[in-house]
Design a protein around this ligand. Structure first.
Ligand code: S3P
Length: 169
């Protein structure tokens, strides 16, 4: 079976949009981890954080990543925090190639300017929160990426083209 294509990157970097298009174009199954968890729990990520706590959400992520340790040709859009856990990275790598959509904090802030669905960015000073979290995680994304694509100044079509080129698709 083909390896999975695993999209990682900060919130708002475009993993879900890119994953959906890849899935259509390559005729491969698409799984958005946040979406999968939300449907299964019958709650939004915001509600899960609020009612069950972040730790519980991370446990759900971890359990899902275990299932993705096998190459099944899937397109997987991860949540931005998935790379915080080394076991997740190990499992995702076992099953697939890791594509990092790297983006500037400015572009992320722009993409998420009307968004209220990310509990970690809720409240005042969204830009500052993005910058701080990005600083904390940048190295983690870079370390586990097989392929890095800087999408700061790219649209969806440009990003797809880069992915096809990098993966020889
Ligand atoms: C998170 C990213 C979110 C979601 C949750 C936590 C994070 O996913 O999993 O809000 O820790 O970066 P997206 O990257 O799809 O926004």
């Amino acid at each position: 079976m083909k390896r999975n294509i695993v999209l990682i990157g900060f919130m708002g970097s475009g993993k879900t949009s890119v994953g959906k298009r890849l899935s259509i174009n390559l005729k491969r199954e698409f799984i958005d981890m946040d979406d999968f968890i939300e449907k299964r729990e019958g709650m939004t990520v915001n509600e899960i954080f609020e009612k069950k706590g972040e730790q519980s959400f991370r446990e759900m992520e971890r359990e899902l990543c275990r299932r993705f340790a096998v190459p099944k040709g899937k397109i997987i859009a991860t949540g931005g925090g998935v790379i915080k856990n080394a076991e997740n990275v190990e499992n995702l790598k076992k099953g697939g190639v890791i594509v990092y959509l790297s983006s500037s904090p400015e572009r992320i802030a722009y993409n998420l300017r009307f968004d209220n669905s990310r509990p970690l960015l809720a409240g005042e000073n969204k830009e500052k929160k993005i910058a701080a979290l990005m600083e904390e995680r940048k190295g983690l994304y870079e370390n586990c990426a097989d392929i890095t694509i800087d999408v700061s100044d790219m649209n969806l079509d440009g990003t797809l083209k880069e992915i096809y080129r990098a993966l020889d698709l």
